[in-house]
Each structure stands twice: as structure tokens, then as C-alpha cells.
Design a protein. Structure first.
Length: 233
């Protein structure tokens, strides 16, 4: 289906342009995630001095004003970084927008397009077995380009079996990723920790919610466990 193949390739180029780190796109998803995790690493490294150094030793990491700036800055940047990645608007680059767009266009991600879009054959040779992923990595220079193509085709079929929930004996060129996979991905991005961080962003950080909107709650900071769970998601 050449028309569907062209549609798949166009969508793939768009999706990868949102995701891949590139100098001309500072807001790529990969760049956003790296910056979020790097900031987290720097903060935890710097503040570890509070616990590592005896209280009798004066260190700048325990200076009240510096502690305030570090803690408030860390919480704000982490909550906003996570919120940006979960922004579903159509004029931003985010994980959520990517997920929603892939989900809307999941019908173009057929097994045939997934395996063959970059030129690999659809049918791997039956007697060319791949025991594990290391075979693919070690095959360059040992096999002919055609045989390498068969190996990569075999590997892509196995990956799409997992995505589509299809038994290898029942493969079809028209196999697609079921909606249940996207439902699971959305569930990963809708945890209690993430909802809690969104509440903090909306009522305390990005906006000054009134008492009714805050439901009487006072801002008491963010727990590492909440940020850890959101970062993993």
C-alpha cells in the first residue's frame, strides 16, 4: 500500500523531529528529558553536602538563603519540566502531544510499514535464525547486505509482535498496535504523583489560586518520591 507507506513516512519524519535532539530544535523531547534529569542530578549532588558534612562544619550548602533558593528553584524547574512534557496542546513539543498524535494515526503504523519503510524485506528467510539481539550487532561485515536485511527484518517482526500482541504464526501485513497499548501508556502518565504535581503547578507555581481553588491546602513542597515516579513515567 504505497499511499499508506508515504503517509507513514511523513508522520515518522514529523514524530522524530519532535523527539530527536538537534541543534536547531532546543525543545526536542530528548533535550527536555535530558535537561530535566541533569538539573535533578546537579541539585541532589549539591545538596548531598547537607547530610554528608558534620553539622559542626559550616558549609554554604546549609546557608538559609542559599538553601531557600536551591530548594524553591529545584521544585519549580522540576514541576514545570514535567508539566511541559505532559502538555497536550497542538502548538507545543511534548511527550503527551507525541503520544496523542501517534494514537490518532496508529492505522498507518502497520506491520508492513514498520518492517519495510526503510527498505528491509518483508519476509525474512525462514532458515536464517536470530538467537538474540547480539547477532544483529555482530553481523556487519560477516554477512552480505541481503542477509543483513533479512536479519533486521526478522528483528523488526519480533518487535512488532510485542507491539501488536500477535503470535508469529498469525502475522499479517495489516497488523496494527491495539488501542489497549495506548491506554496503558496514558495510565503511566496519569499517576497520583503526576496529578499532585499538576495541582501544585496550577494552584501555587504557575498561578496563584484562591482559597476555594486550593481547597484550603497550603503549599508544603514536593516529595522526591513524587518527582521520581513522574520522571520514570
Amino acid at each position: 500500500d504505497k499511499q499508506k507507506l508515504e503517509s507513514y513516512r511523513a508522520h515518522w519524519r514529523k514524530w522524530i523531529s519532535w523527539y530527536d535532539r538537534r541543534p536547531e530544535e532546543p525543545h526536542s523531547i530528548e533535550q527536555q528529558i535530558e535537561q530535566m534529569l541533569f538539573s535533578d542530578l546537579v541539585y541532589r549532588s549539591v545538596t548531598s553536602a547537607r547530610a554528608a558534612v558534620p553539622k559542626s562544619v559550616e558549609v554554604s550548602a546549609r546557608t538559609d538563603s542559599l538553601v531557600y533558593l536551591l530548594d524553591s528553584g529545584y521544585v519549580t524547574t522540576q514541576v514545570l519540566a514535567i508539566s511541559k512534557l505532559l502538555d497536550s496542546r497542538k502548538d507545543v513539543i511534548s511527550v503527551m502531544r507525541l503520544l496523542l498524535d501517534v494514537e490518532r494515526n496508529r492505522t498507518v503504523i502497520t506491520r508492513e510499514n514498520y518492517v519495510c519503510a526503510t527498505g528491509y524485506p518483508y519476509d525474512p528467510v525462514p532458515d536464517l535464525t536470530v538467537k538474540d539481539s547480539t547477532v544483529v550487532e555482530e553481523s556487519h561485515g560477516l554477512l552480505t547486505p541481503k542477509e543483513n536485511g533479512w536479519i533486521f527484518s526478522h528483528d523488526l517482526h519480533n518487535k512488532f509482535d510485542r507491539l501488536s500482541g500477535t503470535d508469529p504464526s498469525n502475522r499479517s501485513r495489516g497488523d496494527t498496535i491495539p488501542k489497549s497499548v495506548f491506554k496503558r501508556l496514558h495510565a503511566w502518565l496519569e499517576t497520583d504523583s503526576i496529578k499532585r504535581l499538576e495541582f501544585i503547578r496550577d494552584k501555587f507555581l504557575a498561578h496563584s489560586g484562591n482559597a476555594a481553588q486550593r481547597a484550603g491546602e497550603r503549599f508544603q513542597g514536593v516529595r522526591f518520591a513524587e518527582l521520581d515516579e513522574a520522571q520514570r513515567a
